[in-house]
Design a protein around this ligand. Structure first.
Ligand code: TA6
Length: 299
């Protein structure tokens, strides 16, 4: 569908407008009484969310690619059907394949309470089957208001159970200076530290940053609070359908090693990711669905 077709069928006057974005890719601009937001059909990727009067909530790389087949760096990458490297095939893309594919628009709605709801979907086809030989459907429900709520609904459309599924809403948050923030809510939780060969440790106090941090927190349904003294705000990250949370900042060396990540970009971002990872993988019986939800708000 062209942008004109999309506006004809799904546009909502001044509230939901489709445009050709970077790389000529179709994107959705959302503007309502609460906030503005931006979503690319590539990856079903929320690339911006900004409550009126607030600084941007989501961090985006200013040197990332916008082309089908390449993940967008920043915003909320949708990770499925595995988190991290493929469990036994290094030739398969890290973090699954759905963030590199074009999703379709299923519905747009101006809710009575003033929020805006967008539904996107991705179903298996010959290209996904070539990577992962299973039948599935994904729906992404994005609700933009005083909060940003994103739900990934995965459904097994095949006739065999899918085991060992991983997923994430891999959210990049804007912060004033990562060296000055603290993330509360995970005190006392065990985590696997990727930068220390996945050694298991227990979180003591709030999470602070002075080097690369890449941790999978285990057995947690906790709300995370990102305390930002520079931007003088707290970002609240709550979730449903997940018992694991990933916290990541690449710091200096890893930032320099990523071609689509500005060398100094690490200081203005942190990832708090709502995941199904590590000991939190899931299965779907034929016809069964799972919903993974992240809710973000600014205090
Ligand atoms: O979620 C943290 C992480 O797994 C890090 O290890 C790092 O690889 C990050 O994801 C980004 O991965 P990407 O494939 O998007 O470059």
């Amino acid at each position: 569908m062209t942008v004109d077709d999309l506006n004809q069928r799904f546009g909502i006057f001044e509230q939901v407008v489709f445009q050709a974005g970077q790389g000529g890719l179709s994107k959705i601009n959302i503007n309502n009484q609460f906030a503005t937001a931006e979503i690319y059909l590539l990856g079903g990727h929320v690339t911006a969310y900004q409550p009126h009067g607030q600084a941007p909530v989501l961090w985006m790389s200013d040197i990332c690619q916008f082309q089908v087949g390449t993940p967008i760096r920043g915003g909320i990458p949708v990770i499925w059907p595995w988190f991290g490297p493929h469990p036994h095939d290094d030739d398969k893309p890290q973090h699954g394949f759905v963030r590199s594919m074009l999703w379709q628009v299923d519905n747009t709605e101006a809710l009575a309470d003033g929020q805006t709801c967008i539904a996107l979907s991705l179903n298996d086809d010959v290209s996904t089957q070539a990577i992962w030989p299973h039948t599935f459907s994904l729906t992404l429900q994005i609700t933009v208001g005083e909060t940003l709520q994103v739900s990934l609904i995965s459904t097994n459309r095949g006739d065999e159970t899918l085991d060992g599924l991983g997923a994430a809403l891999h959210t990049y948050f804007t912060v004033g200076d990562v060296a000055q923030i603290a993330i509360e809510g995970l005190t006392g939780r065990d985590y696997l530290s990727k930068v220390e060969s996945y050694v298991r440790k227990t979180q003591q106090g709030a999470i602070t940053f002075g080097s690369e941090v890449d941790r999978i927190y285990l057995d947690t349904t906790d709300v995370c609070l990102i305390r930002d003294p520079v931007l003088q705000r707290t970002m609240r990250v709550s979730k449903e359908g997940s018992q694991s949370t990933v916290v990541w900042n690449p710091w200096i060396d890893k930032a320099q090693a990523m071609a689509d990540f500005p060398d100094d970009g690490y200081s203005g971002m942190v990832c708090v990711e709502t995941t199904r990872a590590a000991n939190d993988l899931y299965s779907l019986a034929p016809g069964q669905s799972h919903t993974l939800t992240q809710i973000v708000s600014v205090e």
